[in-house]
Every structure is written in C-alpha cells, then in structure tokens.
Design a protein around this ligand. Structure first.
Ligand SMILES: Cc1ncc(COP(=O)(O)O)c(C=O)c1O
Length: 403
C-alpha cells in the first residue's frame, strides 16, 4: 500500500520545524500580554489607539455613506475609484512628489517595483540591511546584477559603484531605507547621492524605503527625503501606512511614466484585489491627522521621550559583557545589544513591558539585541520603569542570578 502523500508531507514539514526549533529559530504567533507597556510595536505615534484617529475615520466613512465598501476587484478592472485616485494625488502632493501609486502593502510595492522596473542590463546596488521585500523583488528582477554594499558604509558604497562597468543605456538603481528597522539609524542619503554623482556619469536612480520614517522623520512625518530636500534627486520613494499611520497599505511615489509602467507590469498590483474603501478612508484619516498640530505634538513628545530614554540608559552600571547601549540618535528605534536577548526580554515581560528579542538570522550573529521602540503614547514613567527593569537585569546578571 503506497504511503498517503499527505502523511509523507506532514512528516517532512514536522522534521523541518523540529530542526528549526533545535536551532532556536522556530517562529510562532503570540498574543501581546494584556495591559503591558508597549516598547515593541511599530505604532510609533500610538495612533492605533488614538480616539482622535478613530473619530476621524468614522467621520470619513460617514461622509461617504453610499461608497461601496469592497473595492470590487483588481485596480485594473473594477477596483479603481475617484476616491483612490484623489488619495494618491493628495499623498503625492503632501510629500512633494509628481505622483503616487497605491499598493496593498509595502511588501507588495517593493516586490512589484524591483521585479519589473530595473531593465535587462541594469544594476541594483543595495544596502546590506535592506528589507526582505526588496530581496524578494530582486529575485525575479531582470537586472544583470544585484550588488550589496556594507550597511551605511560610504566607502563600501563607493567601491561597489566603482566596480560597475559603465555601459550605454545602463541604469544603476540604489536601494536604501531611510530609517533602518533593527538599528534605528538613518541612511547617509545626501552623501550617498553625492558619491553616485561623482562616480557614475549621470548619477544613480535612488529608491528610498521610508517605511519606518513615515510619520516620524521630517516635518509632518514626510520622511528623510523631504527632511533633506532631496525630492528631486530620488527616483522613487516607498511610504507604508502600517507602522506610524496605524493603517495598511503603501504608496510608491515616482514620476508619471514609472507609475504607468508599474500599472502595466507590477504583478502584485495587477493580480490582486485593491484596497477596500474602509482601508482608503483610514489612510485619508491618518494623513489628515498628520497635517494637524496634534500630530506635531505627538512627534515632539516622541522625540523628547527618546532623548530622555538615552539619557537614563547612560546611567546604567557599565556591563560590557552583558549589555551594550545603542548610539544616541534622534529616532525612536533603539537596540539594546546583549548576548542574552531572550533573557532580557523575558525579564522585561515580568515587569509588564513588551520588547522583543531579535536574533540571527534577522540580525547578524554577534549583534543580538532587544529592540526597543518608543511611542508617543509612552510616558516618562514608562521610560523610568523600562530603565529600572533593565538595571535589575544587568545587576542580576552581574551577580550570576537567574532573574
Ligand atoms: C523597511 C520595510 N519595508 C517594507 C516593509 C513592508 O511593509 P508592509 O508591512 O506594508 O508590507 C516593511 C515592513 O516590515 C519594512 O520594515
């Protein structure tokens, strides 16, 4: 009797999962503990729980009582609407870009863009820490080469560009993030652009993923490109709505021809149902809030709190084997480097604080950390409690106790 194919597959899958667990790399879904203080999520402005955003969303829905709720299909068939087109134009205008194209997620946007826009013979040069979605796009790309440079290293960037053979008609794309999700550092964008101008005849086509910077960096949360005034020097920007904006979806800001090209060739846009009306209304409500003094106050509190956290962390007893503090930066993502991130995160959890251990392969070996995200909804007391809990853990580790 031949073996049941389902049981053969189940055995294989189980083996793989067991091996993964043995390597301490098993991923599982978990629910956030109730009433815990959030130092983990990407909800940087705490808009996910903002009564103001909720009211604004409900008002936006009420203002369009007959708008179909479902989008009705792919954007290319029945899923387009004047509402979606107006929203794209409004967001593009907010970020001083010629136009924008909505995607259901940042993952779809990056995958679609990098799979179709670089042409045969083109080269993509990318930062070592670029997001998995860009890698996913590059895997199906027709570019003749995808070349990595060391994270945020100007010397490495220059060396990689100098190795790219100039060819008639060849474009060089550069893929960077503005605010890196695991270290909280900003790309040296102006310097990268200057190097590309120097090394390549005609410069490079920069694509900047502003996923973590959206709502957080620059005036009105417009992002790093806007902060540096580099709108004219960047070929495409990605803003995602799932982090500080507490929604879902993303937009690629670029020129009209590239937008039209994406509409024709970006498979994650073409072969999927477009964002539903409630999703579009939520994005509208979030952008309306971003323009308001309320959002400016949230951003200001977030930055003040982050600076306070750095100052308080600096008062911890030195513990070189146990904990390395992050460099002081004006961004709400901080890495507490430690060889025992799970132990530190578990201790924080006993004190009612959620912060996640981040280990290989998400970050390079030797850079394991607990990732701390500060939120506009956190208070000075929350920061004090966090630092106190870290102090307890550091002292406990020094005494060799298992707290
Ligand atoms: C840098 C970066 N780009 C893109 C994405 C994907 O965005 P989304 O969550 O909208 O799919 C993420 C999400 O984690 C991200 O961190």
């Amino acid at each position: 009797m031949p073996k049941d194919p389902k049981s053969v597959l189940t055995t294989t899958l189980s083996h793989t999962l067991t091996n993964r667990a043995t390597l301490s790399r098993l991923r599982t879904l978990s629910l956030p503990p109730p009433h815990a203080t959030d130092f983990s999520s990407n909800d940087f402005l705490s808009l996910a729980t903002s009564p103001l955003l909720r009211r604004s969303l409900l008002a936006e829905l009420a203002a369009h009582p007959t708008h179909p709720l479902g989008s009705g299909g792919s954007r290319l068939l029945d899923g387009n609407s004047p509402y979606a087109e107006t929203l794209e134009a409004t967001i593009a205008h907010y970020h001083s870009a010629p136009c924008g194209l909505l995607f259901n997620s940042g993952f779809d946007a990056n995958t679609g863009f990098f799979a179709c826009v670089p042409q045969p013979g083109d080269v993509v040069v990318y930062d070592e820490y670029i997001h998995a979605s860009v890698h996913e796009g590059m895997r199906s790309s027709r570019a003749s080469a995808c070349l990595m440079f060391a994270h945020n290293s100007l010397a490495s960037f220059r060396a990689v560009l100098e190795g790219v053979e100039a060819r008639q008609g060849r474009s060089v794309f550069v893929a960077v993030e503005s605010l890196y999700s695991m270290d909280g550092d900003l790309a040296p964008l102006a310097e990268l652009v200057a190097i590309a101008d120097e090394v390549l005849d005609g410069g490079a086509l920069f694509t900047v993923d502003e996923a973590h910077a959206t709502g957080v960096v620059g005036a009105g949360g417009r992002g790093l490109v806007s902060l540096l005034g580099l709108e004219e020097r960047v070929f495409a920007r990605l803003h995602t709505f799932g982090k500080a904006l507490a929604c879902n979806g993303a937009i690629i800001l670029t020129d009209a021809t590239t937008r039209q090209y994406l509409i024709n060739y970006a498979r994650p846009l073409i072969y999927t149902t477009s964002l539903s009306f409630p999703s579009l209304a939520a994005i509208t409500a979030s952008y309306t809030l971003l323009r308001s003094p309320h959002a400016a106050a949230l951003q200001s509190h977030l930055h003040t709190l982050t600076a306070h956290l750095h100052r308080r962390l600096a008062t911890l007893p030195p513990a070189p084997q146990t904990l390395t503090l992050p460099p002081v930066r004006p961004t709400p993502i901080l890495a507490l480097f430690t060889p025992q991130p799970r132990s530190l995160a578990a201790h924080l959890q006993t004190r009612g604080i959620v912060a996640r251990p981040i280990v290989f392969p998400t970050v390079p070996k030797g850079t394991e950390r607990v990732r701390i995200c500060v939120h506009a909804g956190n208070t000075v007391e929350d920061v004090e409690a966090l630092v106190e809990a870290v102090r307890e853990w550091v002292v406990g580790q020094a005494r060799g106790s298992k707290i």
